[in-house]
Write a protein that binds this ligand. Structure first.
Ligand code: ATP
Ligand code: MG
Length: 563
């Protein structure tokens, strides 16, 4: 089903248990005209791969059913939230390829309504102002095995409660001195129903409402009602909210709301070698274990984007992991292979020499510079690139060997006395090595086989293989940043002895200060993904300047066997 508001390639094809519920609802409920979902991030950090799953599910579901999906900032904790996070979240969702319905929504724009609903509960004798401090309240609440005890303030009169709540709102009380609580059931086996807090005092200004409020609603008192205000039909969240569902429904049942959204839970996405908790990601940033939220080693959407992961690959991955109610950890290799598959099919090709060895073509005159032409992509129509060929070339040190006993099948590269093809250029033969005083090879003297550009040589000149190269005179120096997994253990937040920050891989970033790229890479744009042939997938980094190109390695070409 296509919908102009959404990118057409995701979510529309697959089904999951939530879609089955929706199918049933559409069949059995004639009043259900349009599916309305929402993605409700709290703007207290950058979005990560887990959020991507929720985004794909919420926006993808709306897309599948020709419905709409709201973006709602769940902004009830002003101390931890900021405009920076709001801006980053908007950018990430758009980049992933989704469009939210109409204007962005904020829970804070419903604060007046929520306040009135709190007053309504007080009037109904279903909420009271409680003077227990947080420690006392915890003791009264009991635990899973101990029933709670009623607060001594539970039986205040409606009039007293109204007056006290008005004073809370007016700023007459200290933070923490009292709160508004729902009067439900201190003996409930569901802890969430033991007179949960609705409003607390916070003398903090809010990024959206400024200093208008000094009382703020708790998530539970805001979420379902915001869903009702927006006419959300299916409120999809992660399993940790399952126990909150009775409370979500209690508020809707006890307030004069006109819509009754339903909450459905699915399991969170967890990846090995990764932490997916905003709190922990913030810790990595704040304590400078990484260089910001968009560090290419971070599982944030902005980090993955900077790393060169593509939006279609992330959407595909989210589709592959599916939506269920069973918790489990997904292998990060699955995400990486979705990225590789996309880049193999769609990335531009280029050559870059990481660890150079000079090759002089003795039968090519300096003045005979040649501009070879190569397609940008071997299969897709992406135009051509110029590949200047000169007398002095650079190849990879590891692509040369003096060992003439190396079998042709085993070492498909350059060996003294033998032939190799330079990608997109001539077949050459290594004639001689030049060494320095220490015996290190510093140069190869080679000769080209005339007439072999784009043509096979006679059988006696058959090359061992194909290697990449650049013309020394034309090559562009660049910095390469090579990344490995950020953690050395598969489950960094489950180690009993060590904290996740003690399990950071010391080699997660390796910098190659100077590599040599073919000149077409001068025009590389940030987020332009490349396959550096035989080297890896790379993307130009935001740190690139006109003087110095910087590329991030997105991934090696193949999954390493060691892991
Ligand atoms: P974190 O635990 O990382 O701080 P959160 O749940 O507090 O995340 P929110 O901003 O509240 O972050 O999340 C917005 C939406 O994204 C919620 O509906 C939440 O359920 C969903 N979400 C968060 N993390 C994951 C995850 N790992 N997998 C799937 N959905 C997630
Ligand atoms: Mg949350």
């Amino acid at each position: 089903m296509s919908n102009d508001n959404h990118t057409p390639d995701n979510g529309a094809k697959t089904s999951n248990f939530i879609h089955q519920i929706i199918d049933g609802d559409l069949k059995n409920n004639a009043d259900l005209k349009q599916i309305v979902t929402r993605f409700p991030p709290e703007p207290n950090g950058y979005l990560h791969i887990g959020h991507a799953k929720s985004i794909c599910l919420n926006f993808g579901t709306a897309q599948k059913y020709g419905g709409i999906c709201n973006l709602r900032f769940d902004d009830t904790n002003p101390e931890k939230e900021s405009q920076e996070y709001i801006d980053a979240i908007k950018k990430d969702i758009s980049w992933l390829g989704y469009k939210w319905n109409e204007e962005i929504k904020y829970t804070s724009s419903y604060f007046d309504q929520l306040h009135d609903w709190a007053v309504h509960l007080i009037e109904q004798g279903k909420a009271y102002v409680c003077d227990l401090d947080s420690e006392q309240a915890r003791a009264y609440r009991g635990d899973f095995t101990t029933p709670g005890k009623d607060s001594p303030f539970r039986d205040r009169s409606v009039a007293d409660n109204l007056a006290l709540f008005a004073k809370m709102k007016a700023g007459d009380f200290e933070e923490g001195s009292c709160s508004l609580r729902a009067k439900i059931d201190m003996q409930s086996s569901n802890m969430n129903l033991r007179d949960p807090m609705l409003y607390r005092i916070l003398n903090v200004s809010h990024h959206q409402t400024g200093d208008k409020w000094c009382i703020y609603p708790i998530y539970d008192f805001a979420h379902g009602q915001s869903d009702a205000i927006e006419g959300i039909t299916h409120s999809i969240c992660t399993l940790e909210f399952e126990g909150h569902r009775p409370l979500y429904e209690w508020f809707l049942d006890n307030l004069p709301v006109s819509a009754t959204p339903k909450q459905y839970e699915f399991s969170r996405l967890e990846l090995n070698y990764t932490v997916t908790s905003k709190r922990k990601l913030k810790q990595l940033v704040d304590q400078e274990f990484v260089n910001g939220w968009d560090d290419p080693r971070m599982p944030t959407i902005s980090g993955m984007r900077r790393r060169g992961f593509t939006a279609p690959a992330i959407r595909k991955f989210c589709d592959m992991v599916g939506v269920t109610r069973s918790n489990g950890t997904v292998d990060v290799g699955m995400l990486e292979s979705a990225v590789r598959e996309d880049l193999e099919a769609n990335a531009k090709r280029a050559m870059c020499v990481v660890d150079p060895l000079k090759v002089t073509i003795t039968n090519f005159a300096e003045a005979d510079r040649l501009d070879l032409i190569q397609p940008v992509h071997p299969k897709l129509e992406m135009g051509e690139r110029e590949l200047p060929f000169g007398k002095t070339l650079l190849i990879e040190k590891e692509d040369f060997s003096e060992d003439t006993t190396l079998g042709r099948k085993k070492f498909k590269r350059l060996v003294i006395g033998d032939f190799v093809r330079l990608r997109g250029a001539y077949v050459i033969k290594a004639d001689e090595v030049v060494k320095d005083a220490a015996g290190e090879i510093v140069e190869i003297l080679a000769s080209l086989v005339a007439g072999t550009v784009g043509a096979n040589p006679p059988p006696e000149f058959k090359p061992r293989g194909v290697i990449h190269w650049v013309s020394k005179e034309h090559a562009v120096p660049c910095e390469l940043r090579i990344y490995d997994r950020l953690f050395v253990e598969a489950n960094p937040d489950k180690n009993k002895e060590k904290s996740f920050t003690q399990l950071i891989n010391p080699d997660s970033l390796r910098v190659v200060a100077q590599a040599w790229a073919e000149p077409s890479l001068k025009s590389a744009q940030v987020e332009d993904g490349y396959q550096f042939e035989r080297t890896g997938y790379f993307v130009a980094d935001t740190d690139s300047t006109s003087d110095k190109l910087v590329f991030n390695q997105t991934l090696p070409l193949r999954e390493s066997k060691a892991k």
